[in-house]
Design a protein around this ligand. Structure first.
Ligand code: SF4
Length: 441
């Protein structure tokens, strides 16, 4: 008879330390984007910033102002708008004025392609109303016009003291640079695969343009770089290489991520991998909205990515189990959804009234298997009765069982308990939490 060998000890010694995972720190130069008294720093010791882009016609200044306001209120700290025609450039100061009147001081970024040099030169009020310019070196003109028109934009940025993002995109990569690099590669004794040349061309375009901008007079601190691609592994490869080669602040995003689940998952996968390595100082999720879906969804997802990685806290988090054969009713799903949407809806008011409320953790669990354990890890949690369990829902507050809810109004009563917890914990001087619970078991 053979004996099963004993399992090896999991730990060599009692003091074996399991390193907690956390995003790496990477220090870049810090850009400052400002509008009036509002200052948004990007890079350096600043938190990773959220940004978004409108999809309205900028000529429609009122419609664009409404969307910018929605994006800003959803948490976007910078909002980019398209500036593609003289009419759009002329509308920018009016748009800025509308926003200022609404009390929305989010800095605006102008997105320029092909004619940015002319629009900025012909519309100085637009150049002034924008807080930052996005310049795509692949779209600033061909031949000898390229350097001249690029220089014109940089000179205007320097004159108005505006930072720029040099935003390279593989869909509009500088064709002349790529062709030159492909030719050089073909002449090598051992040519690199085309993918390598593409990666190098993206980085060369970004870094070459940044150096040219510095030569023209922009400070390094006024430059943010991006090299966007639509493939997750491509993006990770290029940003890792870019981050090793410079200390400019980096704008991170998966371009043309797509719609719905695909766009959300692909963006999350790409951004999470890089952010965990400390790469990325500002992010945008380029989600194609589904019909009827608000534009703000891209901000919600970007915020969730940063919050899930522990980089920032924007909203209280609701932990909910997925449900299984032990939850044959939808009660717990509905409660989790109600609590989550109530917390999000209240946040614009609560973040002023209850400082720190964004760190709150709520758990809504479906049964006794993981319900009490997960609820104890939350600030306040409820374990609903699964199929066949007694109709009682223990509530845990700060890791301790505080009371049990029963009857038809569990949802409303838990809602009230969460509100009361927030008020007592975040609403001012510390008080005794739940000295008179509404319904104790
Ligand atoms: S906590 Fe209970 S209901 Fe929720 S997934 Fe686990 S076993 Fe299923």
């Amino acid at each position: 008879m053979t004996m099963t060998p004993p399992l090896p000890l999991a730990f060599e010694a009692d003091d074996d330390f399991i390193e907690p995972a956390r995003p790496a720190a990477r220090r870049t130069r810090q850009a400052t984007v400002r509008w009036g008294a509002r200052v948004v720093t990007v890079g350096g010791d600043a938190p990773v910033r959220l940004q978004s882009m409108t999809n309205t016609d900028t000529v429609d200044a009122v419609g664009t102002a409404i969307q910018v306001k929605a994006l800003a209120q959803a948490g976007s700290e910078l909002v980019r708008i398209t500036v593609n025609t003289p009419e759009a450039a002329a509308a920018v100061p009016y748009l800025r004025e509308q926003l200022d009147r609404m009390g929305i001081d989010v800095p605006l970024i102008g997105d320029f392609h092909y004619n940015g040099h002319r629009l900025l030169a012909d519309h100085p009020a637009c150049a002034e109303a924008l807080s930052k310019y996005r310049i795509n070196p692949g779209n600033v003109g061909k031949g000898d016009k390229h350097d001249r028109q690029f220089a014109q934009m940089i000179e205007i940025a320097a004159r108005h003291d505006k930072p720029v993002r040099i935003g390279v995109n593989w869909g509009s990569l500088d064709a002349e640079l790529l062709a030159q690099m492909m030719d050089d590669n073909a002449r090598r004794a051992e040519p690199q695969p085309p993918q390598q040349v593409m990666y190098r061309a993206l980085i060369a375009s970004a870094l070459g343009s940044a150096r040219r901008a510095e030569d023209i007079g922009l400070r390094g601190e006024q430059i943010i770089l991006s090299c966007k691609m639509s493939g997750v592994q491509d993006l990770v490869s290029v940003y890792r290489a870019l981050a090793r080669r410079c200390d400019y602040a980096l704008h991170l995003g998966l371009t043309e991520a797509g719609m719905a689940t695909k766009g959300t998952v692909a963006s999350t996968a790409a951004l999470a991998l890089l952010l965990q390595e400390g790469i990325g100082d500002t992010i945008r999720v380029s989600l194609t909205p589904q019909p009827g879906e608000p534009r703000t969804q891209e901000v919600v997802i970007a915020a969730e990515i940063l919050q899930s990685l522990g980089l920032r806290a924007f909203n209280p988090s609701v932990t909910a189990c997925p449900g299984c054969g032990r939850t044959t009713s939808t009660t717990f799903q509905e409660l989790a959804q109600q609590i989550d949407s109530h917390l999000r809806t209240q946040m614009p008011v609560w973040k002023v009234r209850y400082p720190g409320v964004e760190t709150l953790k709520v758990a809504v669990m479906g049964c006794i298997v993981n319900g009490p354990g997960e609820s104890k890890h939350a600030d306040i949690g409820i374990s609903l009765p699964g199929t066949g369990e007694a109709p009682a829902a223990p509530v845990f507050i700060d890791g301790e069982k505080a009371l049990t809810l029963r009857g038809a109004n569990i949802a409303q009563e838990f809602h009230a308990l969460v509100e009361r917890y927030i008020e007592q914990r975040f609403g001012g001087p510390a008080t005794v939490l739940f000295d008179s619970p509404p319904k104790a078991s």
